[in-house]
Design a protein around this ligand. Structure first.
Ligand code: ADP
Ligand code: MG
Length: 414
């Protein structure tokens, strides 16, 4: 079998990262390179020329290290701020009992998409395009919880799904950006959704779990039930906002705020000694201050954000918070000291910063990048349909050995 190579690009607010994953047997080996990000703010590309240079520089280092030529097409992560997510349901009925084929799944999926765009109206339809159709379950007649209905028989097929839409202009910008670097945009993947793959282990099953991705420019979250997303939201908040808050409150320079954050940063002020004293530099002057000041300011800001997330969750469905069984925290900001402790106090549920699905990569800021590879691999799983972004092809029909395929071949031509 041809071994896969997957090129993924992440245009983050703090860093631009590129990853090449090479298949070796049933494992993937990762080559990851980073460059400081220019021209990206809150996940949005605000200066195309600078973003291009950052990306070019990361790609050039990757080319030097990669043992193979880079693919000429790439997947790109999209930040939550450029997307919308909705739950949908659609049903199709057959004239009699019928064996469900890949085409029936396409019909029900397209019906769900059309229905959603009709309900959301012309504005959403003109400004957004569908990037993920994640089936939550299929129902054939009265049997529910089906992961892949192809090959089952029934009179009626229902699909419940979570649909993610991305801003057309953002996707177009990415396409243009890649074109200038001689790359084709193979697909886009929602950052938080990719992260959910990037933190999975073989036995992961997300049920009443909140996935929280916190980066430099934005916070995204996804709620999972029965291992499927049911909600996706974002807040334009990241470690950059913490930095700006420190600069404003302490009236220090950017460099000094960064130093204070790096040396004394912590999310849970109650774990910090009240007596310890630190020095804050103001140009040529230095002032003494209690060390707890820095964590207290960060604590305050993060508490607000976690509370906002809670409100957004309960606005959508109060059960999400009441049944919350655990929070997975990922992204660069999840490396902040005691952020899990603070999150635990506010969400009143266990909070973990899980390791990545590929242990050879240890930086949790890379969960979306690594996750794209797992996501792509999941697309060829025939037992469950993890995303139907494009119409399924015949290869999705369940395998059933040689005779089944011969039979399918015959039924196709007659
Ligand atoms: N060890 C750490 N402690 C606290 N914060 C950290 C640490 N490492 C990284 N960060 C924060 O994470 C941010 C980067 O997060 P990341 O998810 O890479 O963001 P983006 O994808 O938006 O560039 C940095 O700007 C920094 O503030
Ligand atoms: Mg990011």
């Amino acid at each position: 079998m041809l071994s896969q190579k997957i090129l993924t690009l992440d245009l983050g607010t703090s860093s631009v990262r590129v990853s090449l994953s090479l298949q070796k047997g049933d494992k993937y080996h990762f080559y990851i390179k980073t460059a400081p990000s220019r021209g990206v703010k809150n996940g949005n590309i605000v200066n195309l020329a600078s973003a291009k240079e950052s990306l070019r520089s990361a790609l050039n280092s990757l080319k030097l290290e990669s043992p193979v030529a880079l693919p000429n097409e790439a997947y790109v992560l999209v930040p939550g701020g450029c997307t919308l997510g909705y739950q949908v349901e659609a049903t199709i009925e057959f004239p009699g009992i019928k064996t469900i084929s890949h085409n029936d799944v396409n019909v029900v999926k397209n019906k769900a998409k059309d229905e959603l765009l009709r309900i959301k109206g012309q504005t959403v339809k003109s400004y957004y395009e569908v990037i993920h159709v994640v089936p939550q379950e299929f129902i054939v007649d009265s049997v529910d919880g089906i992961q892949n209905p192809i090959g089952r028989s029934g009179r009626k097929l229902t699909m419940k799904a979570f649909i993610v839409l991305a801003s057309r202009s953002h996707v177009k910008t990415l396409e243009d950006l890649l074109k200038e670097l001689n790359l084709k945009l193979k697909g886009v993947v929602l950052q938080s959704f990719a992260s959910s793959f990037g933190i999975r282990s073989q036995n992961s099953y997300f049920n009443n779990n909140l996935l929280l991705y916190m980066g430099a420019g934005n916070t995204e979250f996804m709620y999972f039930r029965e291992d499927k997303p049911v909600l996706s939201k974002h807040l334009p908040f990241g470690s950059e906002d913490i930095m700006e808050f420190l600069i404003k409150k302490l009236k220090v320079s950017r460099t000094e705020a960064e130093r204070l954050y790096r040396e004394h940063g912590s999310a849970y002020a109650f774990n910090v000694s009240k007596e310890e004293v630190i020095h804050i530099n103001y140009g040529s002057k230095t002032l003494k201050a209690p060390k707890i000041l820095i964590p207290a300011l960060i604590h305050l800001k993060l508490k607000e954000v976690f509370k906002d997330i809670k409100s957004l969750l309960s606005e959508e469905n109060p059960d999400y918070l009441e049944n919350l069984s655990g929070v997975y925290l990922t992204g660069g900001l999840s490396k902040l000291k005691d952020i899990d402790t603070l999150a635990e106090k506010i969400f009143k549920a266990p909070v973990t910063v899980p390791p990545l699905s590929h242990p050879e990569v240890s930086d949790v800021a890379l969960s979306p990048l690594v996750g794209v590879t797992d996501y792509i691999v999941s697309l060829s799983d025939r037992k469950k349909l993890s995303d139907i972004r494009e119409d399924l092809t015949r290869s999705y029909e369940r395998g059933g050995g040689f005779f089944a395929s011969v039979w399918r071949f015959i039924t196709d031509i007659i």
